[in-house]
Design a protein around this ligand. Structure first.
Ligand code: CAO
Length: 488
């Protein structure tokens, strides 16, 4: 609902709205929230007197939430990098370790600009520094040990066992730095599939998303949203921040495991809800119920049925014949049924016993949506939005990626950000989707391979210039000649 209103508003209006919200929060909610926090952390009455006043800075400009947290980022491809990029957006110092001369494999995947790192890589690795280290080289191992001592969290999403094979076992890491948190993404948790390598779509299939997506008479479908990779990265980021919080009490790091199957299932939990409801009778809000199609033993694919108890469907709008995205999602929410009937020219449905109540409408949903569609086809998806919003009817235009890329309101809020890059020029990325009143989010471009190797070795790890030169000569941070010959 909020998103729909933002999309319709002008950029300046949005900035003003965020400012206004900030002021309202400062005057009301924040002290209340702080009081609640204080109950947990401050046992003495005196502490109440010491509560800081609300921030005087404008929205989102008062420090970085994860300032001082240093991440040893051993991630690659998508799931791990999304996690560390988010932590980077929140202000953590992310040091991405990459194989000399090779780097994250996605640097070279789906390249659109010759000689430049791919968008796959650049859009998932902003706000990071890149250091190249051969983790199997003796000198490389020594550098990694120093990094482990200097960092708070190690994040990795290698295939099962790869970290151990590098010698970076939990026992070794915990002994080297007992405060370190080690966070991993794997395809599956402990069990029969724990050793399997997993990519996005495998996780969508194993987590119950694919079997419940698509149309009843078609095959299972995967979604465009990367719920297996980015979804699990998000879960892992939550685990890391939680573990950092616990470490404030215990002083100890811990291991975190996010299995992609678990992450997808968490996002598909309403379908596990429906699986259990199925044991007690048909799922009446699924359109197959109204069509008299019997249910089987497992939750079926529900097409574009609304996931909640409010029937909804995707309907054609003006221009659908030529524009593949000229559609709207339309929800027949019960409290606004009267307004819907008036809009579509069916005022008699308000009192007709076949249409007046939600249960009466269930067997007729197909006919109802067909009738509403006759109306939506006369309007553009944005006109439908504008008209329905006035009556609080929940609808949403099907936005193409082009429309999202061009949407100025998303630029103003920092959800879509344009970044400059030395070899590819300007590109769009998704900024921080989490907006915080007292935290700065600066979106910085992704690093070139090994761009910060010297800076990290000397600035963070304290190697002298001579030591740095010796490391460089050792082959631990540069591509081996053998690999270079192979690549040529
Ligand atoms: N120096 C030296 N070696 C390095 C290195 C470095 N800096 N960084 C990585 N390597 C090595 C690892 O040690 C490992 O070698 P070994 O297998 O010989 O021990 C290898 O590079 C990387 O292994 P990998 O098996 O993780 O990579 P892969 O491309 O074969 O598999 C993937 C990719 C994603 C399937 C696998 O990593 C995986 O299943 N990860 C967990 C699940 C996951 O995150 N999936 C989402 C991926 S995004 O769609």
């Amino acid at each position: 609902m909020a998103r729909r209103k933002v999309a319709a508003a002008k950029p300046k209006k949005i900035a003003r709205r965020m400012e206004k919200k900030s002021a309202v929060r400062a005057a009301t909610n924040r002290p209340a929230q702080m009081k609640a926090d204080a109950k947990v952390t401050a046992p003495h009455h005196d502490a109440w007197q010491e509560l800081p006043p609300p921030s005087t800075k404008p929205w989102g400009e008062d420090g970085k939430a994860l300032e001082g947290v240093r991440i040893l980022d051993f991630t690659h491809v998508q799931s791990g990098p999304t996690c560390t990029q988010l932590l980077g957006y929140m202000g953590a110092d992310c040091i991405k370790v990459e194989r000399p001369g090779v780097g994250d494999i996605t640097r070279g995947q789906l390249r659109d600009v010759k000689g430049a790192d791919s968008l796959y890589f650049t859009m998932l690795n902003g706000n990071k520094r890149s250091i190249t280290i051969d983790s199997k080289h003796p000198k490389g191992k020594e550098i990694l040990e120093r990094l482990i001592r200097h960092c708070d969290v190690l994040v990795e999403n290698f295939a099962p066992g790869a970290l151990d094979r590098m010698g970076l076992t939990w026992d070794y890491i915990h002994k080297t730095n007992p405060r370190m948190i080690v966070a991993s993404v794997k395809g599956f948790g402990p069990g029969p599939y724990e050793d399997c390598k997993v990519y996005e779509n495998v996780a969508q299939c194993a987590g119950g998303a694919a079997s419940t997506t698509g149309f009843r008479d078609g095959p299972p479908l995967v979604t465009g949203a990367q719920i297996g990779d980015s979804g699990t990265g998000l879960h892992l980021a939550f685990g890391i921040v939680t573990a950092l919080y616990q470490r404030m009490r215990t002083g100890r790091g811990q291991r975190i495991l996010c299995a992609m199957q678990d992450g997808v299932l968490n996002l598909a939990r309403v379908k596990l809800r429906d699986q259990q409801r199925l044991g007690h009778g048909p799922l009446t809000e699924y359109s197959q119920y109204g069509q008299g199609v019997p249910f089987g033993k497992a939750v079926p694919r529900a097409g574009n049925d609304s996931g909640g108890g409010q029937p909804g469907w995707i309907l054609k709008c003006k221009g659908w014949e030529t524009d593949p995205d000229a559609y709207t999602y339309f929800i027949t929410q019960a409290p606004v049924w009267g307004a819907i009937c008036d809009l579509i020219g069916k005022p008699e449905w308000k009192t007709d016993p076949d249409y007046a109540t939600p249960p009466a409408r269930l067997p007729r949903l197909r006919h109802i949506f067909d009738t509403i569609e006759e109306w939506t086809k006369t309007k553009t998806k944005f006109e439908v939005m504008e008209i329905c919003n006035k009556h609080d009817i929940p609808v949403g235009p099907i936005l193409s990626m082009k429309e999202i890329a061009d949407d100025q309101s998303l630029r103003v809020t920092g959800t879509v950000v344009e970044v400059d890059h030395p070899t590819r020029g300007r590109y769009l990325t998704v900024g921080n989707p989490v907006k915080m009143s007292d935290s700065i989010t600066q979106v910085r471009r992704a690093p070139l391979l090994g761009e910060h190797t010297e800076e990290i070795l000397t600035g963070v790890l304290g190697y002298s210039a001579e030591e740095y030169a010796a490391i460089k000569g050792s082959g631990a941070i540069t591509p081996s000649e053998k690999k270079e010959t192979e690549a040529a």
